[in-house]
Design a protein around this ligand. Structure first.
Ligand SMILES: [Zn+2]
Length: 370
């Protein structure tokens, strides 16, 4: 076991040693490691004492370049969440109070789980030259003058697995977005003891696999009902059922995990129908999650209004904020909601801060978080 300070400080020592001139910049490192945090209250996947994460660290010659990198990575995380995990996110900047220690700006993607609580899902930090000055991270520029470097770091963790479970799952178990599902389709023979059924199922399995679908077949002696429940629990996006009557008609049945909708498909159409259905599942999981977020996002213009919304609902509350930390703390104290972020996509909800009544031009999203 190795106890270490936050990795920025380790990278600073490293940069100070290896960067001499502008020719050495920029530097980019990516590392995957496990970390331990002494959490009092743990929650599987979302908040655990030991977890894995991915962290990136970069150092640049100029502030502009470092800021570009910070936002580029935030956008990559957002794209990964939305396009691969089918989880919509709110992109924005953290308030100074919620920033990572030492960062000049912390940017975040915030997701809403199906129980309407927020999950901070990834962050990207711009450090300016603060650490560089503390650690003596200097380089000589093109004019042979000593300059400080500009630094970023960004990360996501195994918390993402929790986000997938908590965004898409239902009472039957996991629901996995097809793009990341290790198995996208399971073939299950029905009335498998009848002649030729297992053979046909195996043949279809090979056909589907050859078409590039990540597939699995279950030829065990468990009943079809048991198998249906088993693979629903595991979140496999599609199941292919085939029985003696289907075989006689040259067709099989595809059942979606998300809606349980059935589609009868001719054997020769499987290569076309399966990818189309997987795409559709991917899209509808995203749309369902987005609809849930929109249905549970409220706006408030006063602290009392915030409290009365929270008395009946869980969700995001959008309000204006004057920028004063005392007002932010008051909202957290009285409602239990920390600020999630100052979204890039701003709306004008009111002219004044809901706490102090002074002029406010920033819109903040608030929410109870995991
Ligand atoms: Zn205020």
């Amino acid at each position: 076991l190795c106890v270490r300070p936050t990795s920025e400080t380790l990278f600073c020592e490293h940069y100070a040693k290896i960067v001499r001139s502008w020719r050495d910049l920029p530097k980019l490192y990516n590392q995957w490691c496990s970390v331990i945090r002494w959490e009092k209250t743990t929650r599987p996947f979302l908040r655990s004492r030991e977890f894995w994460w991915q962290e990136g660290h970069t150092v640049h010659a100029t502030a502009e370049e470092a800021m570009q990198e910070t936002l580029r990575m935030l956008n990559i995380y957002a794209k990964f969440f939305e396009e691969w995990l089918a989880i919509p996110v709110v992109k924005g900047e953290k308030t100074p109070k919620e920033r990572f220690a030492g960062a000049e700006n912390t940017y975040t993607i915030e997701a809403m789980m199906h129980d309407c609580k927020a999950l901070q899902s990834g962050t990207s930090h711009y450090f300016g030259d603060g650490f560089a000055r503390a650690f003596g991270m200097q380089y000589t520029d093109k004019n042979n003058t000593l300059q400080y470097m500009y630094q970023t770091s960004w990360g996501v963790s195994t918390r993402i697995i929790g986000a997938i479970i908590m965004t898409h799952g239902d009472n039957e178990g996991l629901v996995l977005p097809p793009r990341i599902a290790p198995t996208q389709l399971v073939v299950i023979p029905v009335a498998a003891h009848k002649e030729g059924v297992k053979e046909k199922a195996a043949e279809l399995y090979e056909q589907v696999k050859a078409a590039g679908i990540r597939a699995k077949i279950d030829l065990s002696d468990n009943t079809p009902g048991w198998k249906f429940a088993e693979y629903e629990m595991k979140g496999i996006p599609l199941r292919l059922e085939v029985g003696p009557r289907d075989i006689a008609e040259g067709q099989c049945v595809l059942v979606r995990r998300d809606t349980r909708e059935k589609t009868v498909v001719k054997f020769e159409d499987l290569e076309k129908t399966i990818p189309a259905l997987l795409d559709d599942i991917q899209k509808s999981l995203y749309e369902k999650a987005l609809a849930n977020r929109e249905a549970h996002t409220y706006t408030a213009t006063s602290l009392d209004e915030m409290k009365s919304i929270l008395a009946e609902h869980t969700g995001f509350i959008k309000s204006m904020w004057c920028g004063d930390q005392a007002c932010e703390e008051k909202i957290k104290e009285e409602t239990g909601m920390p600020s999630r972020c100052i979204p890039f996509e701003q709306e004008h909800i009111a002219d004044t801060c809901p706490v102090c009544g002074k002029k406010a031009d920033k819109m903040v999203v608030w929410g109870i978080a995991y």
